[in-house]
Design a protein around this ligand. Structure first.
Ligand code: CAA
Length: 389
């Protein structure tokens, strides 16, 4: 039986900062961001968006039927809003999903979305009538003026996981690599991640090789069996570095001109414009590939590499389904990115500095541009979500 992604929806907030503006403010050559890192813009959340509204806004197009039959909702995030309650329960309420549903939150840095996807696929394999909603939603924050700042971003991806999926059937073979390291982490008392940037990049690239080697052994496939590859994208140029590493593992001296870009470039466009969205980043890249690739990918195999600092890596793959193009939300994604408002440097910094009040009083938040759902305020330490007017 085939199991995998039946529908895929991506959401990013209505505001962005051009990295040209950030480069000017920081006195850095813009080419470092645009060429060196492969980033052009950074998605920015207004004060009335958080991981719950990003998630609900991503999920909304997938549950317009009321979410009939959804009996699992897994919410993956690095940017949790509560130490106890699963963010997925807020989304469950906003979407009006059935009460007979298993809901939980999953954490492993940027890798959580892949745990959620694989667990959902295993559950559907056991009970083929089940439909699972997997959501990956994150806001990437580093200290202002730190090396990580130009890679900041945000976004959410919602995926319906079913039997006989219409978009991507997952292969059962995977390659895993786990290692106890401190390359990127965020203690509970901090809103901004701490990172050993160069070390984290080295670990990512070492992990992709190890995970791919195990995937190749388990599946009997080589990199040449994959029509395209999507990577976790803390910044988009890392996909080129990772893919080059995997091509070199073939043992051939030469990599053909354009061979790396031919496999990865169509999957980079959305992330170049939103920045890192941690758990959502890989799936945002997959959405970009499927939406934008001019070649028909029907029946072709796509490789995916998920990396979460700390660290976990997984290489896996899936076969794109016939007629997949009829089920994409390509126009909606295009419109959403095109209609965003550009921020000045000061507006970005003001939004960055805005913190959710912690004193337990009542607050009503000003309305900014959002998707259908917004974070309306906070009362007695309880967050209040609502439909945007
Ligand atoms: N024109 C063109 N290119 C330029 C340039 C210029 N004027 N100036 C510099 N560059 C290039 C550099 O040569 C470099 O490219 P290569 O790596 O190919 O040599 C690139 O731009 C970046 O330059 P630096 O390495 O000097 O940049 P940096 O040290 O200031 O910061 C970073 C880079 C360490 C990745 C930093 O952005 C960072 O800490 N980011 C957050 C951590 C991160 O993203 N880690 C990735 C792996 S961990 C992970 O994947 C989990 C996660 O999501 C966080």
């Amino acid at each position: 039986m085939k199991v995998g992604i039946d529908q895929l929806s991506f959401y990013t907030p209505r505001y962005f900062l051009p990295l040209e503006v950030l480069a000017r403010q920081r006195g850095v050559d813009y080419a470092k961001f645009a060429v060196g890192l492969g980033q052009e813009q950074m998605g920015v959340t207004p004060p009335d968006e958080d991981i719950v509204t990003l998630a609900a806004n991503a999920a909304e197009p997938l549950v317009r039927d009321g979410g009939a039959g959804i009996d699992l909702l897994l919410f993956a995030t690095e940017s949790g809003i509560d130490q106890s309650k699963a963010a997925g329960l807020f989304v469950h309420g906003l979407m009006g999903l059935p009460a007979e549903c298993r809901v939980a939150e999953i954490k492993e840095a940027c890798y959580g979305g892949t745990v959620a996807l694989q667990m959902a696929a295993a559950m559907v394999m056991r009970r083929p009538a089940s439909r699972a909603l997997v959501i990956a939603s994150d806001i990437a924050r580093y200290d202002l003026a730190s090396p990580g700042e130009p890679t900041q971003g945000c976004g959410a991806v919602a995926m319906l996981v079913t039997a006989n999926p219409r978009i991507l059937a997952l292969d059962p073979e995977v390659g895993l690599h786990a290692e106890d390291v401190m390359d990127f982490w965020r203690p509970n008392y901090r809103d901004e991640a701490l990172v050993d940037g160069k070390y984290s990049t080295r670990l990512y690239l070492g992990t992709v090789e190890k995970a791919f080697a195990r995937y190749a052994q388990a599946s009997g496939r080589s990199i040449d069996d994959l029509a395209r590859c999507c990577y976790h994208l803390p910044f988009t140029n890392i996909a080129r570095k990772a893919h080059e590493r995997l091509l070199k593992l073939r043992g051939r001296a030469e990599i053909g001109p354009g061979e790396v870009d031919a496999a990865v470039v169509e999957a980079l466009g959305y992330n170049r414009r939103t920045g890192n969205s941690y758990c959502a980043s890989l799936y945002q890249s997959l959405a970009c590939l499927l939406d934008q690739c001019e070649d028909d990918l029907s029946e072709r195999r796509v490789g995916l590499f998920s990396y979460g600092s700390g660290s976990m890596g997984e290489f896996f793959s899936g076969v794109v389904q016939p007629e997949y193009r009829q089920h994409l939300l390509r126009e909606q994604h295009k419109r959403m990115l095109a209609e965003r408002s550009e921020l000045t440097y000061q507006e970005y910094e003001d939004m960055f500095q805005m913190k959710v009040p912690q004193d337990g009083w009542d607050y009503v938040f000003a309305q900014y541009r959002t998707g259908p759902f917004r974070f309306g305020g906070i009362t007695g330490h309880k967050r209040r979500y609502e439909r945007a007017a």
